[in-house]
Design a protein around this ligand. Structure first.
Ligand SMILES: NC(=O)C1=CN([C@@H]2O[C@H](COP(=O)(O)OP(=O)(O)OC[C@H]3O[C@@H](n4cnc5c(N)ncnc54)[C@H](OP(=O)(O)O)[C@@H]3O)[C@@H](O)[C@H]2O)C=CC1
Ligand SMILES: O=C1OC[C@@H](O)[C@H](O)[C@H]1O
Length: 419
């Protein structure tokens, strides 16, 4: 009951956050597109951040942009993306366009000296990622260099960092990420399922899974071992060469395995029943099983005590509303020679983390969403301060390399996009 009340309280404060007065030197954001995600990703989080103002929006259709601006109280409307990027009153650009347009607009924004918060996946392929993150052709007179961040919001939440802190990366046997979206959420002609717009299950939700596996192991995989795509069904406007679901298996140094199971259109059966159709809560999870550890057995010299630790982060994508980090310690007492099991038992611990450690002076509130934490970090960096969590350009390049590798293993071309 208490926990249900805290969930309600957190959601309420997220929706109606405190709204401190804006600072005179607040970062002035412009939004490209009247997108679905901007309200959750930046418009709402900006309300409680005194250093961020959502100042402008542009859409391909000006009437649409005006409606959006009115709805969200955005003062400036531009006729198109180009006009917004050229607006000297804007300091940062948020890019939630179809993936295939990320590279072009991120580059144009950086070249105008704007800081960029770029939706995931950062770009279409690793060639574009290297060009954008490692060698951006930004005029040298633009100083300081603009900040560019791939919006992996989940990484900025304390729960994700706490989960990582519970792992022993060098002793993992297997890590598995499951990401599902019920079939009714995205139609097969959605932008997420168009290869020419750099869509696909792996590019969309799958990219979170790739990111999670890379963070869990703390290094890059050595090989993509197996890929099983399921393609978009036949139909008008459907891209039948694009995967709507994908199972991928990678190998890490030392033989550890990382599995990703992503499905943007999972049916009832795949969820194990109707209740599982509640998006977000049901399945997004990362499960990490460590290798066996041999402990000294206090019971008998001929016996050994084996421990296997499994750590699972439940609700990886929306941890601010609710999450659970489950630590399962499986103990086995077995005969040293024959390995015959004498006794086995399980210890379970649940950990939660909505803010950074109590009293360590780090900013954050129980109701801050992943996006709110992310915006704080972005503002910190724009203002030349350190942030609690950050993700640099090299990270975004490695991320795209791993995605390209999986497409290669499936015999599919990497998503199109020139530099
Ligand atoms: N961080 C997160 O949690 C989430 C991130 N995303 C990411 O954000 C991006 C956009 O997602 P989302 O907001 O759901 O998408 P939308 O369907 O809302 O599309 C975003 C905008 O893209 C613009 N657009 C430009 N060209 C095209 C085109 N050819 N076809 C369709 N739209 C076009 C439209 O702008 P206009 O208004 O100008 O017409 C539209 O408003 C993706 O990269 C996605 O991966 C998405 C959801 C969640
Ligand atoms: O980033 C995202 O998170 C939520 C998903 O529903 C969506 O497809 C994806 O773009």
């Amino acid at each position: 009951m208490a926990s249900l009340l805290s969930i309600i309280q957190r959601i309420r404060t997220t929706v109606y956050p405190p709204q401190p007065a804006k600072k005179d030197d607040a970062i002035r954001f412009g939004l490209l597109g009247a997108s679905d995600i901007a309200p959750m990703a930046v418009i709402n989080p900006a309300q409680s951040n005194p250093e961020v103002v959502i100042a402008a929006v542009a859409a391909r259709d000006e009437v649409r942009a005006r409606k959006y601006a009115k709805k969200y109280g955005i003062p400036i409307v531009h006729k198109g993306y180009e006009e917004l990027v050229n607006d000297p009153s804007i300091t940062a650009i948020y890019i939630p366009l179809p993936n295939g347009l990320h590279y072009e607009w991120a580059l144009k924004s950086l070249q105008k000296g704007k800081h960029v918060l770029l939706e995931k996946p950062s770009v279409s392929n690793s060639t574009q990622a290297s060009a954008l993150f490692l060698h951006p052709p930004v005029p040298s007179n633009i100083t300081p260099r603009p900040v560019l961040l791939e919006a992996f919001h989940v990484r900025f939440h304390p729960a994700f960092q706490r989960f990582l802190g519970l792992l022993d990366s060098d002793n993992i046997e297997r890590a598995s990420v499951t990401l599902n979206c019920p079939k009714y959420v995205f139609r097969p002609d959605n932008i997420r399922l168009q290869s020419k717009l750099a869509g696909g299950a792996l590019m969309d939700m799958g990219t979170y899974g790739v990111m999670a596996l890379r963070c869990v192991f703390g290094k890059e995989s050595v090989e993509c071992v197996d890929v099983k795509p399921r393609y978009v069904p036949k139909g008008k406007g459907h891209d039948e060469g694009c995967e709507e679901a994908m199972e991928v298996k990678w190998r890490w140094e030392g033989g550890a395995v990382g599995n990703l199971d992503v499905d943007l259109r999972r049916g009832v059966r795949g969820f194990g029943g109707w209740l599982g159709w509640i998006p977000w809560v049901s399945t997004p999870c990362v499960k990490v099983r460590h290798r066996e550890v041999l402990l000294p057995s206090s019971e008998d010299e001929g016996l050994e005590h084996v421990l296997v630790k499994t750590v699972t982060l439940w609700n990886m994508l929306g941890p601010s509303f609710w999450h659970s980090i489950e630590i399962l310690n499986q103990h086995t007492i077995q005969e040293a020679g024959s390995k015959k099991v004498v006794k086995t038992w399980m210890e379970k611990e649940i950990v939660k983390s909505y803010t950074w450690k109590e009293g360590d002076g780090t900013k954050g509130e129980e109701w801050w969403t992943t996006y709110r934490y992310q915006l704080e970090a972005f503002a910190d960096r724009v203002k030349g301060r350190e942030s609690v969590v950050w993700l640099d350009g090299d990270d975004s390049v490695r991320q795209m390399e791993m995605i390209d590798g999986a497409y290669g293993k499936a015999g599919l071309p990497v998503r199109p996009g020139d530099v």
